[in-house]
Design a protein around this ligand. Structure first.
Ligand SMILES: C[S@@+](CC[C@H](N)C(=O)[O-])C[C@H]1O[C@@H](n2cnc3c(N)ncnc32)[C@H](O)[C@@H]1O
Length: 415
């Protein structure tokens, strides 16, 4: 038996009723020995002495992954998970919102061509849609069938032309083909620190590749893509951030919403949709030194919706043509920008700046330096600071020169 056959056999065992007792016992063992896998393994052995070592470690791994999925995404229940699958899975809040949007658009059926562990497929089912879910990897497909029993699951290559033609023929015009291509190759290179498979930046090398997705002969194709992806002409796109972290872009082959681009912000559970106003003039550049800097949500930046912020925060302007920061004389009132009060501008050599910081009693700071080609760690080292949240040093550009602004987050000021 090859390693791969062994993995598939283990996945099928985990998905079978035979594994129920082992999974339950592993969950109890892991819960009574948090952070101590050796003690958890010994406790599981005591509970189920006849369990094979391979099955014991697979059951304990599920307990660990379920704990991680709960902590990170609030997932509960007896889902079967893999580390790679979990890392590629759509966040439940994002999947739920998208699935409801699809259900409201008149679709009755979703053909999910790359279903993975089934996080999107589960959301489609919960939104009342019927789902056909394809997954190429047999072990993942076994978990998918377990996680999403209401879906019709096929373990197959979605790019198989005969299979695709058969499945597309089952769809009505308002039904949706959903594709979430694998952008990390589990067998490819991994990041040394995190162990995660490295993301593939070239869409032609995703699985399935972008040209395949774009060529699917159906009126409604919806794809989840990397946030840096440039949507093709004619496709609508929305960028989603959760608590200000840009997570994904979704592209729709049909006019799914009014504006062709928009930002979706999920902040502490509440939803804000921001659409660029095509008639609005670009935000002007500041002509005076204002007291607040604003960091727009990355989804708003990617959707090109900065002008829409002027409606939410009157008086907001750009800090400079070469700066990603906005500025005004009051903190932002909305969820689309995070505000920082400018306490001082540091000037002179790094030594002089060190002295200014010492005079102001600043010993710890966070550095935001994306407008300038320098690493935050190097800035902290040069200025003799430790990392800390109380102060934020913003390195940006004004009139062609780098400026260093000592700021304080608005939450810290009001809190
Ligand atoms: C990004 S993951 C999908 C995650 C899923 N949307 C979720 O939220 O759980 C992509 C999945 O597509 C599968 N895949 C890649 N190429 C495929 C193909 N040609 N046919 C079917 N599945 C494929 C991979 O094995 C992987 O599990």
């Amino acid at each position: 038996m090859t390693d791969l056959d062994g993995q598939h056999a283990m996945a099928h065992w985990l998905a079978s009723p035979d594994a129920g007792a082992a999974l339950g016992a592993a969950a109890r063992a892991a819960a009574s020995h948090p952070g101590d896998p050796l003690a958890a393994a010994a406790a599981l052995r005591r509970q189920l002495p006849a369990l094979e070592p391979g099955q014991a470690s697979a059951a304990l791994e599920q307990a660990q992954l379920r704990h991680l999925a709960h902590e990170r995404y609030g997932l509960t229940g007896d889902l079967l998970l893999t580390r790679d699958g979990l890392e590629q899975a759509t966040r439940p809040a994002v999947a739920t919102r998208r699935a409801r949007l699809i259900a409201r658009s008149g679709a009755g059926h979703v053909l999910d061509l790359t279903a993975g562990l089934g996080l999107d497929a589960m959301a489609f089912v919960d939104a009342g849609l019927s789902v056909t879910a394809i997954e190429r990897d047999p072990a993942t497909a076994a978990f998918l069938a377990h996680n999403c029993p209401a879906a019709r699951v096929l373990c197959a290559d979605a790019t198989d032309p005969a299979l695709l033609a058969t499945l597309l023929a089952e769809l009505g015009p308002a039904d949706v083909v959903f594709v979430d291509p694998a952008r990390r190759d589990p067998a490819g290179p991994r990041d040394a620190a995190s162990g995660r498979a490295l993301p593939e930046r070239d869409p032609a090398r995703w699985s399935p590749p972008w040209p395949f997705v774009q060529g699917i002969p159906h009126d409604r194709v919806l794809a989840k893509v990397a946030p840096g992806f440039s949507p093709p002409a004619g496709w609508h796109a929305e960028w989603t951030s959760v608590d200000r972290t840009l997570l994904e872009c979704a592209v729709y082959s049909w006019p799914a919403f009014t504006a062709p681009r928009r930002a979706v912000l999920l902040t502490h559970g509440s939803l804000t949709v921001i659409e660029p106003d095509p008639a609005a003039a670009p935000l002007p550049v500041a002509d005076h030194s204002a007291t607040w800097l604003h960091e727009p949500d990355p989804a708003v930046v990617r959707a090109g919706a900065l002008t829409a912020l002027a409606a939410l925060d009157p008086g907001i302007v750009r800090f400079d043509d070469d700066s990603t920061w906005l500025t005004s004389d009051q903190p932002s009132a909305g969820p689309a920008a995070r505000s920082f009060h400018i306490n001082a501008e540091l000037t002179g050599s790094p030594r002089q700046q060190r002295r200014q910081l010492a005079d102001l009693g600043v010993r710890r700071a966070t550095v935001k330096s994306r407008d300038v080609d320098v690493s935050p760690r190097a800035v902290l080292r040069e200025l003799g600071l430790a990392e800390g949240p109380e102060h934020v040093l913003v390195l940006t550009r004004r009139a062609g020169r780098v400026v260093t602004l000592l700021t304080e987050p608005s939450a810290a000021r009001s809190g």
